[in-house]
Design a protein around this ligand. Structure first.
Ligand SMILES: [Zn+2]
Length: 343
């Protein structure tokens, strides 16, 4: 796919321009409407592409400029979910949120992101990565009054995601990534059916497939939760062994300023690993040396040709100048290690 050592990528989202949505806010309402909104989203996508290109990022994402939220926007396009009928549920056992209700059979009548992906494909010859929510994370942000089974609903979503993923692949996407922060919480379900549902979502794809498992955006509910996790974060230990046996090719995880023991990467032997070397929960921009330090430690447990320097998670809630600085730091840190490896 890419003929370069340590190709850099982002987990997915980047800040939106202030003319499109309120900055530093999740679920920020759009500032434009109708045709102006459609055009504004495309313009923002070009800005995100340009920011990544200027920083020297190798694998380009859309910066999630055309969606309000990484899970909700996908679900909004599906039948069977009533966004007017809301219930309060606990998201990932962590915080309460008012969520839509599954009231009937879920289905996808038309593509969700395929036109956006085709547009991005037309703007760059670099490899592009597209993120979709994973089945388990989708069910965790809904109230289900129809299937009344988390597993059954996850399998339905997996089939829908597979339709979307196949069309994204046909549109020229090189890596399709499923975001599964829920994998860090529901370990028994992950091993019982979560990874199997994920494989169903990726079934038949010939492009690269990835799963992103993080400790969440740098919002207060998540940073408070992290304080309760103790000295060592061993959550990945519960899911990596099964994931290592799965058909998913790449795993994206959180390593910068996290308390994840680096040797847990060794449980993924044979997989490509997107190592999070940028902390998204602080405005402080990493130095290239701090990025290189994480990569050095990761290299003890993953072969250099399978290491993809990345961000811990999405950067949507950060100020734009901070996100730009972090992109540049990511590339500069990777460059330090590339030079050492080729010396
Ligand atoms: Zn994340």
């Amino acid at each position: 796919m890419i003929n370069k050592l340590l190709p850099t990528a982002t987990a997915g989202s980047l800040p939106k321009p202030s003319w499109l949505a309120r900055p530093e806010t999740l679920w920020s309402p759009w500032k434009l409407q109708g045709d102006e909104l459609a055009e504004g989203k495309r313009d923002a996508l070009c800005v995100a592409l340009n920011d990544q290109r200027n920083a020297g990022i190798d694998i380009i994402s859309d910066g999630e400029q055309t969606r309000q939220h990484f899970v909700t926007t996908f679900i909004e396009h599906l039948d069977g979910v009533d966004f007017e009928k809301r219930e309060t549920v606990r998201i990932r056992n962590r915080y309460d949120a008012s969520v839509p209700t599954v009231t009937g059979a879920v289905s996808r009548q038309k593509p969700v992101f395929v036109e956006d992906a085709r547009f991005l494909r037309g703007q760059t010859d670099q490899p592009i990565k597209w993120a979709l929510p994973g089945p388990m994370t989708m069910i965790d942000t809904l109230y289900d009054s129809h299937y009344k089974s988390r597993e059954k609903l996850a399998w339905e979503f997996a089939g829908i995601l597979n339709q979307e993923a196949r069309e994204l692949e046909a549109a020229g996407v090189d890596i399709i990534q499923f975001d599964e922060p829920a994998f860090n919480v529901f370990f028994d379900e992950v091993n019982d059916w979560g990874i199997a549902a994920l494989e169903r979502a990726a079934e038949g794809l010939k492009c690269e497939t990835a799963v992103h498992i993080c400790y969440g955006y740098g919002i207060k509910a998540n940073t408070d939760w992290k304080k309760t996790l103790g000295e060592e974060w061993r959550q990945y230990e519960r899911v990596f062994p099964r994931l290592q046996k799965s058909s998913i090719g790449m795993v994206s995880l959180e390593c910068q300023h996290s308390r994840v023991p680096m040797d847990l990467i060794g449980l993924l032997r044979g997989k490509k690993v997107m190592v999070g070397a940028i902390d998204v929960a602080t405005d402080i921009i990493e130095t290239p040396e701090e990025v290189a330090d994480v990569l050095h430690r990761a290299l003890q447990f993953v072969d250099a040709d399978k290491l993809y320097p990345c961000t811990n998670c999405g950067m949507a809630p950060l100020p734009r100048h901070v996100a730009r600085g972090k992109l540049a730091a990511l590339n500069a840190g990777a460059e330090i290690v590339r030079r050492e490896l080729s010396a």
